[in-house]
Structures are given as C-alpha cells and as structure tokens.
Design a protein around this ligand. Structure first.
Ligand code: TZP
Ligand code: MG
Length: 219
C-alpha cells in the first residue's frame, strides 16, 4: 500500500506490528492474519534471532506475508534487508544505527519508499532527519527480552525531548510496549507504538491487537 504523505504515514504507524518466524508460536501467516483482524495498521517483517530463516525460505515467507498485507491494504516494511525490500518492491525499510547509512539506502530504494530509522539520541535523530528519514523508532521504552542486543530501557524521555525541541517527524515507541502502557507512549508524543511479543505471544493475537489499538486511539 503506497503511502503518499506524512499524515497518512503518521496514521499508518499507530498500531505497528513487527515479527518474523522466531517470534511466532503459530504459523506466521496465521498470526499476521489474526493481527490484521484485530486492527494493526502497518506490518514490519523482521526475520531475526535464534532460528531465523535465511535464503529462499526467508524470501518465500516474506512474499507470503507481503501478499497478506496487500490483500488487506496494510503497508509492508522490511527490517534491515535492503536487497529483499528492493526485490519484493516493499513499501519501505527499517534500519538501525549499525546498518548502511541512510543516504545509501535512499539511493537504493528510491524516493517514494518509507525509511524508518532507530535513534537513541538527539544527535542520531538529527543525522537521520538530515539523511531523509520518514519516521523514527525510539526505544527500548520499557524493558524487553525480544531484542538480544537492546540498549537499556529509557522510558519516554527521548520522545519527549525530541518533541520539546520541535521535531515533528512521525515517531513510534518500541520495546516492552503492551495495551496497558501504550497510552503513556502516545501521551509522551509518539504517533504510534511498535510491538512484537504483546501481539505475537498473546493467547489471542486478535484480541491483543484490538486492545492495543483501543488504547492507542483513545489517547
Ligand atoms: N528494538 C528495540 S526493542 C525491540 C526492538 C526490535 C524489541 C521489541 O520487542 P517487544 O517484544 O515488543 O518488546
Ligand atoms: Mg537493524
């Protein structure tokens, strides 16, 4: 689904579901369909961690999940793997500080694609902004066990700081976010919340997505 302007991107980021096969207790396609039924607004394919698929099997899963997103008009973003994003004509990529510089990524994927960047400081935010980032991912807001090399959690401080300094770029919080604490992330100035386990490990994926959505939209 093509996102044409900053306000439609801001809306699409509200209930941002991230996963790959290592995060799923059930078949990833089933999990994604259930999450869509619960009202997620964007999906990021992040095939990382113990047991992550590679090569052709990763490609096949990415295609399958992208097709589900297409059928439901959900933007499909790929974590880190720029080559895969180009091969699949994904809607965008999400990169971290350890990935290729944003200027290089932009050259490769083109001006009409979304680039999200993980930032952990004001300085990183400015560099990403100058490089043409479309949105920031900020976290871990709360403690998380999902990302092996995650930095210590830092609450909503940086989100508030960037807003206080006048940055209007779309922002999503990440890390340990669930339906109970999502409202505080939005109140701090984020446009949306991105979650892995709060949805993928929930007893009911659909209900978890619904609860998250409710708390984001109510703030
Ligand atoms: N980046 C910072 S924290 C994190 C990532 C990818 C993991 C978020 O996972 P969860 O399960 O929602 O805490
Ligand atoms: Mg990365």
């Amino acid at each position: 689904m093509k996102i044409c302007n900053i306000e439609s991107l801001r809306d699409a980021l509200k209930v941002y579901f991230i996963m790959g096969s290592p995060n799923c207790k059930d078949n990833p396609s089933k999990v994604l369909k259930e999450a869509i039924e619960g009202g997620i607004t964007l999906f990021q394919f992040r095939e990382k961690g113990t047991g992550a698929l590679t090569g052709d099997i990763k490609l096949a899963l990415a295609k399958e999940l992208q097709q589900i997103c297409r059928e439901n008009q959900i933007p499909f973003i790929i974590n880190d793997d720029i080559g895969l994003a180009i091969a699949l004509d994904a809607d965008g990529v999400h990169i971290g500080q350890e990935d290729e510089p944003i200027e290089e990524v932009r050259k490769k994927i083109g001006s009409d694609k979304i680039i999200g960047v993980s930032v952990h400081s004001y300085a990183e935010a400015i560099t990403a902004l100058e490089g043409g980032a479309d949105y920031f991912g900020i976290g871990p807001v709360f403690p998380t066990k999902t990302k092996e090399d995650a930095k210590p959690s830092n609450g909503t401080k940086l989100i508030e700081d960037l807003r206080d300094r006048g940055l209007t770029i779309p922002i999503v919080g990440i890390g340990g976010i669930n339906a109970e604490n999502a409202g505080s992330v939005i109140q701090a100035g984020a446009d949306g919340v991105s979650v892995i386990t709060a949805i993928s490990h929930a007893p009911s994926v659909t209900e978890a997505a619904k609860a998250l959505r409710k708390n984001v939209f109510e703030k």
